[in-house]
Write a protein of this length. Structure first.
Length: 310
């Protein structure tokens, strides 16, 4: 983990009831303005479904081997989510699970599926995070290491492919973005691109700067996603409704504008609160909600790239 200051945007709440309430909130939608939906499935084509309401979005693809899931939702909803996912694609078991990153809203089904012998795929950085205790200032207490059976059992570094359910699935690392282990999964036949936490359509994302995320990398990751997508691609974010390539272009432009403004404030010697007070995301709040926590995290994420000794 990067050796920079542990001062966080929730430092004062870390061991209060407010901090505990935050820790129980779906992590990718901490600042989303809409209430979390109930568990539901949405058909995206033959043997392909989007499962919502169980933590982060979950994509399910069925085959004769079983189901392939991109992300597994939160632990508390795992049993119901897995049951619905398998039913929605006509599968009796889960064969393969992708973790798009380490956050609890994506890795909540790792242990039950690992015990059933499922293949669990993640970027190597995500695998490493799940082998250790993780301390972040947006949670009230550390996250313990996963037991061996719940840890990803297949990892990669750059890009890879697999054939499943009639799809030639490609997946790849998105660099240091929302964490340092973010990956995408692309189904070319269905033209569905799953982005994990690099994209949110339900409010500001959680920019996890303490596990390698940073706003400049978020912009770069979205550039890579834009190269993969076309005008017909259905883009599945970590939270919120499916979006289009045009929507993603608008997000990328917004994040770049915020990034550029924050770098200018940093080189002027401003601190996080001063940078936020300058209103770097003010005009986007009508659509996205209060930007304070996102801006503070984004500013802190610059320290390791522009002020490594901070």
């Amino acid at each position: 983990m990067t050796a920079i200051s542990r001062r966080g945007f929730l430092q004062n709440a870390a061991f209060t009831s407010a901090g505990a309430a935050l820790a129980a909130t779906p992590f990718e939608s901490l600042w989303a303005r809409e209430a979390a939906p109930k568990l539901a499935s949405q058909s995206l084509g033959p043997q392909l479904s989007l499962i919502t309401g169980g933590g982060g979005n979950v994509l399910a693809l069925g085959s004769a081997e079983g189901a392939l899931l991109v992300d597994g939702g939160a632990r508390a909803q795992s049993a119901a989510l897995l049951k619905l996912a398998m039913k929605s694609v006509g599968a009796r078991k889960v064969h393969t699970l992708f973790n798009t990153h380490w956050h609890p809203d994506q890795t909540g089904s790792n242990e039950p599926l690992g015990r059933q012998g499922a293949r669990i795929i993640a970027h190597e950085n995500t695998r490493l995070w799940l082998t250790r205790k993780i301390v972040v200032d947006w949670a009230a207490k550390p996250f313990p290491a996963f037991p061996k059976v719940a840890q990803p059992n297949k990892s990669f570094y750059t890009t890879d492919k697999l054939e499943f359910g009639g799809e030639q699935i490609s997946y790849g690392h998105l660099g240091q973005a929302h964490t340092d282990g973010d990956l995408y999964v692309y189904l070319p036949k269905a033209n569905v691109l799953v982005t994990g936490g690099v994209v949110s359509s339900a409010g500001w994302p959680l920019l996890d700067w303490q596990t390698g995320g940073w706003i400049g990398g978020l912009v770069g990751a979205q550039d890579r996603l834009l190269k993969l997508a076309n005008d017909s691609t259905r883009i599945v974010p970590a939270n919120g409704p499916i979006i289009t390539r045009k929507d993603l272009q608008a997000q990328r432009a917004m994040y770049f504008e915020i990034y550029d403004r924050l770098v200018k404030q940093l080189v002027k010697g401003m601190g996080p609160d001063e940078a936020w007070a300058s209103g770097p995301a003010k005009e986007y709040e009508v659509q996205w909600g209060d930007s304070r926590q996102f801006v503070l995290a984004s500013f802190r994420s610059l320290w390791g790239h522009y002020a490594p000794d901070a």
